[in-house]
Design a protein around this ligand. Structure first.
Ligand SMILES: Cc1ncc(COP(=O)(O)O)c(C=O)c1O
Length: 432
């Protein structure tokens, strides 16, 4: 059997990444800096109260490689890194495609997704900086669980503001967060002034990630022992997630292949960025490789405008230059609700603006996406998170195009999480 026939590509322990990759060193132009709005207090001056000192340093760094502290490397090991890259042979056969499909198995995660990669780093830095409690937002619930887990491992408390439209149907995930010791509020909540104002207008408000971010920030600002942690969008979050792509790069070297096309779902951009940034660096240098971000038509932020906008509903954050649908856009809830965010990470937005990232948005009824996920489940055996199902749907669609065109291309996709706590969503869409 040649290396390219390998079904599961494991990365030897001694080859795991010991540094994160910072694409800010290699961008084709400097990243437009955050900006203050024309009126009101300076959000930029307030940033040290909003973000961990180490994360703020990383946010602005242009150093190409940033050391992963040995303690965080140990936490990664305990969380099961490195994770396998798997050749989807049965899926290829089922589709009858000449394309070779590989997926990165981020679903092998204690809490269910890639979100642990930055949660462990942020919780560890927070402990070192003397905080006692973390506050955050969550959409799918995967980020909230990941932060609750990481906080519990390093000995911190967590308060989670969870978008109500999802909080109300994912009972088991809510219980899982509580098992880690987290306090969980449906957002908008009566706990904050932002939440109270929205509930007054609309008592059953479904919430949004932008609102939940505002609530988490407001909560942290009134307690000096608490700090807010964000699960996507920002540069330091994508930086921590590059362990995914760095491992994948080495795994492809082991099988003697290089992807022609890389695909992942994109909400705020953390799994897409983590998976693709080391390869996007090659694309910047002229390598022929295509990237597609799979999104929901409920929140196709990459098809929005490229402009400065706030990252949250209540305008507590600085303005970021990004593709955005507007920070107060109303977006219909979907089962893959982790994709329902108004803006895309500034780094990925810049690269999309330069023509390096394509995008597709799937209909909000999610039938196509869940049918594709069913094919994946039946041929590969793993149950993807609803968000990850978007990337899978796109990979299958592209593999079928390759069949029509008789192209033997290599397609790599990231399966960002498992769907063990999302069965109700599958059952509703597929009528199980
Ligand atoms: C499993 C999973 N994948 C992807 C996402 C989308 O977020 P991001 O674009 O930051 O990876 C989420 C968000 O909740 C998620 O839970």
């Amino acid at each position: 059997m040649s290396q390219a026939d390998a079904l599961v590509v494991q990365l030897p322990e001694e080859e795991r990444p010991t540094k994160w990759y910072n694409i800010q060193a290699d961008l084709p132009e400097p990243l437009p800096p955050p900006r203050d709005p024309e009126t009101g207090p300076s959000r930029i001056k307030a940033l040290p109260e909003l973000l961990l000192a180490e994360c703020l340093r990383q946010e602005n760094s242009t150093e190409r490689w940033i050391e992963i502290p040995p303690e965080i490397q140990d936490l990664y090991r305990q969380a099961g890194r490195p994770r396998p890259l798997i050749r989807a042979r049965r899926l290829e056969q089922r589709l009858g495609t000449p394309a070779r499909l590989y997926y990165k198995a981020e679903f092998y995660s204690p809490t269910g997704s890639h979100k642990v990669n930055t949660a462990l780093a942020q919780a560890w830095y927070a402990k070192r900086e003397g905080y006692e409690r973390l506050t955050t937002e969550t959409g799918a619930g995967q980020w909230g669980t990941a932060l609750a887990y990481a906080a519990s491992l390093v000995g911190l408390k967590t308060t989670i503001y969870w978008v109500r439209a999802v909080h109300d149907w994912k009972l088991q995930r809510r219980q899982f967060m509580k098992l880690y010791g987290a306090t969980v509020h449906a957002s908008p909540s009566p706990e904050t002034s932002v939440g109270r104002a929205l509930l007054k207008e609309h008592p059953a408000h479904p919430g949004s990630l932008g609102i939940a971010v505002s609530e988490g920030l407001e909560d942290a600002r009134r307690d000096e022992k608490a700090i807010y942690c964000l699960g996507s969008v920002l540069n330091h979050v994508l930086l921590h997630q590059t362990v995914i792509g760095l491992e994948t790069q080495r795994q492809f070297e082991h099988v003697g292949e290089y992807p022609d096309l890389m695909i992942s779902c994109l909400g705020g951009g953390s799994n897409f960025g983590g998976f693709t940034l080391p390869f996007l660096a090659d694309a910047i240098r002229g390598k022929d490789i295509q990237f597609i971000a799979a999104q929901s038509a409920a929140a196709p932020n990459l098809q929005g405008e490229y402009r400065y906008d706030f990252a949250d509903h209540a305008e507590l954050t600085p303005m970021l230059k990004m593709y955005t649908l507007g920070h107060r856009a109303e977006m219909q809830p979907v089962r893959g609700d982790g994709l329902r965010y108004h803006g895309c990470s500034p780094i990925l937005s810049l690269l999309r603006h330069r023509g390096l990232i394509d995008t597709i948005a799937y209909p909000a009824d999610e039938r196509h996406v869940f049918e594709r996920a069913r094919m994946f489940v039946q041929s590969e055996g793993f149950l993807p998170a609803p968000e990850s199902a978007y990337g899978i749907a796109c990979a299958i669609d592209e593999a079928l195009k390759a069949k029509e065109d008789r192209e033997k291309k290599v397609i790599a996709f990231n399966v960002s999480g498992h769907g063990f706590m999302d069965m109700e969503g599958y059952a509703q869409v597929l009528g199980l």
